[in-house]
Design a protein around this ligand. Structure first.
Ligand code: C2O
Ligand code: CU
Length: 490
């Protein structure tokens, strides 16, 4: 008998054959919800908590229990009972205080991904452990010249990061442009789109990944936008929307398209382009954020994630069409539907050139480093994920650098899979890919190092000293060892 592809199975499911087992996971949530009732829902944004007079104090309770996912009641992890957690809204110069309350059955902690703050003590310190039943008070001070943009928070307790993010622990952070600097970007409205994925069984509980999915990096059956399945967005023609899109997926790469609409990219992560750039498609690797202007045109457009081949784990080449991991990268997914109708909106003033970010090319380097990412057979017979031949050890320092200096890192990937590499605290200017210089280098905090290729970045280690980490943002890889420790000294 021919194996049934998931798309085919879904079609059959729509004809009332919903009990067909799919892949190894059996009956899935997606089969049951069928993307029908849920697809009619209007997009809902997470609650927003905004700073006042330079301060935002929040309590984030990590819990396990009932939560709304794709229009139905499920059981997952969440901050304050919502998936995603609340959006934290700040301005440069603000102080953010977070009381993290751990109501999970396992240890956790908090990382403020992309924020340029101190990695020490109760700052953005990934070495903190918050045991079950205990609390921890984080305190982050943003400088007055802190970059604006979208950032996010999620757990970072080594060994459990993939489970906890996949389970539902993430939320957005927005740092608004300072008043006056360039003036606000004239827009009709802003939307925050937190994209994540999850696998749920028929009872609405999280389906744990297979050993193979952990090697590849797990991808969920459901791709969610703000916890919803293919929600609907409404607009009038000629409006200008600002979309801030976060890829909070544990391993899934998102090639995002919105055909039929004009898209202009303002930047990726905290990187700002000098002028908005017309784009047809954006690649968001795990952890990335896009800051996008959408100028609406009459009609209905699908926000889609197109397939991206990120390679296969070694020796895992035999995945059949029934394998959910193989499927998720070979099909496109509808993330949301945009309906544009009604009277044409009055045109907005043009978007002027924005900020200018430093260019580290041609600057004096304090060091050149080579980092090598590898996947191999580990000692126990399983797969090992290493940087420079070593698995993560919290008490070992892998790179020692000096505050205020510029370094060039060449990151070489010897494995047959892409790895998205994230450095905490200090963003990276990507200057070369596969040995070819990049004409307009961008600033990002997660960069893609393609399979059997390399990437060159420059980093300015400014403002902070202390120990922090860099790692693969396919969080299964990070949990299995693809992470290193950096110590920035005076
Ligand atoms: Cu978003 Cu160290 O991670
Ligand atoms: Cu990886």
């Amino acid at each position: 008998m021919q194996p049934i592809s998931r798309r085919r199975a879904l079609q059959l499911g729509g004809l009332g054959l919903a009990s067909i087992a799919i892949g190894t996971g059996g009956l899935t949530w997606r089969t049951l919800s069928g993307n029908t009732a849920a697809a009619q829902q209007a997009l809902v944004e997470p609650a927003t908590l905004t700073s006042t007079e330079g301060l935002l104090t929040v309590r984030l309770e990590a819990t396990e229990g009932p939560v709304r996912i794709a229009g139905r009641q499920a059981s997952a992890l969440s901050y304050n009972g919502g998936l995603p957690g609340p959006t934290l809204r700040l301005r440069p110069g603000d102080r953010l205080r977070v009381r993290l309350v751990n109501r999970l059955a396992q240890a956790t902690n908090l990382h403020v991904h992309g924020l340029h703050v101190s990695p020490e003590r109760n700052g953005d310190n990934p070495f903190v452990t918050v045991e079950p039943g205990s609390t921890f008070d984080y305190d982050y001070q943003l400088a007055h010249d802190h970059p604006s943009g979208m950032f996010w928070y999620h757990p970072h307790h080594h060994g459990m990061v993939a489970d906890q993010i996949f389970g539902g622990l993430y939320g957005a952070i927005i740092v608004d442009e300072p008043e006056g600097e360039f003036g606000p970007i004239p827009i009709t409205r802003e939307r925050i789109l937190v994209i994540s994925d999850i696998s749920l069984n028929a009872a609405g509980n999280i389906r744990p990944p297979s050993a193979m999915a952990r090697m590849r990096g797990r991808e969920g059956d459901l791709v969610l936008v703000n916890g919803q399945s293919a929600p609907t967005l409404e607009a009038k023609p000629g409006e200008r929307e600002r979309w801030r899109i976060l890829n909070a997926c544990t391993a899934r790469y998102l090639r995002v398209r919105l055909d039929g609409q004009r898209l202009r990219l303002l930047g990726i992560d905290s990187g700002r382009l000098a002028e908005p750039r017309d784009v047809e498609e954006i690649l968001l690797i795990p952890g990335n954020r896009a800051d996008l202007l959408v100028t609406t045109a009459q009609g209905t457009s699908r926000l889609q994630a197109l397939p991206y081949a990120r390679g296969q784990a070694m020796g895992m080449g035999g995945m059949g069409p029934n394998d959910p991991q193989a499927d998720s990268t070979s099909e496109s997914t509808t993330l949301a539907n945009l309906h544009v109708a009604g009277n044409k909106a009055t045109p907005l003033p043009p978007v002027t050139a924005r900020t200018h970010q430093p260019d580290l090319r041609g600057k004096l380097l304090a060091a050149r480093r080579e980092l090598t990412l590898a996947m191999g057979m580990g000692m126990g017979g399983g797969m090992s994920f290493t940087i420079d031949g070593k698995e993560f050890a919290a008490d070992r320092v892998d790179q020692t650098t000096r505050i205020g200096t510029i370094e060039e890192w060449t990151i070489t990937n010897t494995s047959p899979m892409d790895h998205p590499i994230h450095l905490h605290i200090w963003p990276m200017q990507v200057i070369e890919e596969g040995g070819k210089p990049i004409k307009q280098p961008t600033w990002q905090d997660v960069v893609n190092v393609p399979a059997r290729s390399n990437l060159k970045v420059r980093i300015l280690f400014d403002d902070f000293t202390g120990r922090s980490v860099y790692h693969c943002h396919i969080l299964d890889h990070e949990d299995q060892g693809m992470m290193g420790v950096i110590d920035v000294r005076r």
